[in-house]
Design a binder for this molecule. Structure first.
Ligand code: ZN
Length: 318
């Protein structure tokens, strides 16, 4: 395990609380490449040290992301099937909170399956996706309304009812800036649905937790505080703190809340991350059970994906 060191001389300002005191907890990423990760001592937010610039991130995405992350430049049938089922789950999960025919907008729409799921269900659904790799599939095959536009190029027009941010917030250079901008894209009573990995319920062993693409690692508390400072409050939390995913529906508030940050959050993040070592992590009974279910479902997925995708694509053929 990487040794924990106190790093007082880092002149990095925390995006959430403004503190510049960090505890460095890791020097390597999940592939053993150098990557420094720290916990903000003011609020418990876990992030890269130093934070890459917007330019560095853009260069990384332009060149390496798809390859580094998925090894694909076109979506495989398995990826499409998973994305579609995920879109259906999200639709089912938040549908009762959204008025019929609402304007639903996804930031970071990926292949476009979630946007399409909402569209098929009668919503006015669209989205943006900065990566161009899957664009031709999204628009040409799924006929999903997803454009290749940068978030910050969208005008603050207060026009949308619901924003979706699915496994995207952990990639921003400044989540606060992103959420604040997104607040300007929705109506005064607008909703914001966020999903991201939960670093408080390790989804991997410590050595495999960190990745350059994940500039931030959230716990429930740090995500909720981030949304609060950007002007949102919690409507409904769908996963508990032991789930490897965080899924929360927020609502826009008139005036962003000012927050008293609790220094105990740093300890909370630290303890959550170091709860298991490799041995205890792999011996968790629920982990073993989940692992078996996952492997079984991989095999099933592999066999089903081709015909699933053929049927799906047939539905949207013009
Ligand atoms: Zn902080």
């Amino acid at each position: 395990m990487t040794q924990v060191t106190q790093n007082e001389d880092v002149q990095q300002i925390c995006d959430l609380c403004g503190s510049s005191s960090f505890e460095t907890i890791s020097e390597y990423d999940r592939h053993n490449k150098p990557l420094k990760t720290g916990i903000c001592q003011g609020c418990g937010l876990v992030m890269h040290q130093p934070m890459p610039s917007e330019d560095e991130i853009s260069t990384y995405y332009a060149k390496d992301y798809r390859r580094d992350y998925h090894g694909e430049s076109k979506p495989s049938p398995r990826r499409i099937m998973r994305a579609w089922n995920n879109g259906q789950r999200i639709l089912k999960q938040i549908k009762s909170f959204i008025p019929e025919k609402s304007k639903v907008f996804e930031v970071g729409a990926g292949i476009g399956c979630t946007v399409k799921s909402f569209e098929v269900d009668g919503f006015d659904a669209s989205g943006i996706e900065p990566n161009t790799d899957f664009n031709s599939y999204t628009r040409g095959v799924l006929h999903a309304n997803v454009e290749n536009i940068n978030l910050y190029d969208l005008k603050e027009d207060y026009s949308r009812d619901v924003l979706l941010l699915i496994h995207v917030i952990e990639h921003f250079v400044s989540p606060k800036r992103a959420l604040t901008h997104m607040r300007g894209l929705i109506k005064d009573d607008g909703l914001l649905y966020i999903e991201c990995p939960n670093v408080g319920a390790p989804f991997a062993t410590f050595g495999r937790l960190f990745h350059f693409a994940h500039t931030y690692n959230f716990t429930h508390n740090t995500l909720i505080n981030m949304a609060k400072v950007a002007g949102f409050e919690v409507v409904q939390t769908f996963t508990d703190t032991t789930n490897p995913d965080i899924q929360i529906l927020f609502k826009k508030v008139t005036i962003p809340e000012s927050i008293e940050f609790d220094k105990q959050e740093a300890k909370h993040s630290h303890d959550a991350i170091f709860r298991y070592n490799w041995f205890t992590y792999n011996l968790r009974t629920d982990y073993l059970l989940r692992r078996i279910i996952k492997l079984t479902s991989y095999a099933k997925e592999y066999m089903q994906a081709n015909s699933f995708v053929k049927d799906l694509e047939g539905r949207f053929k013009s």
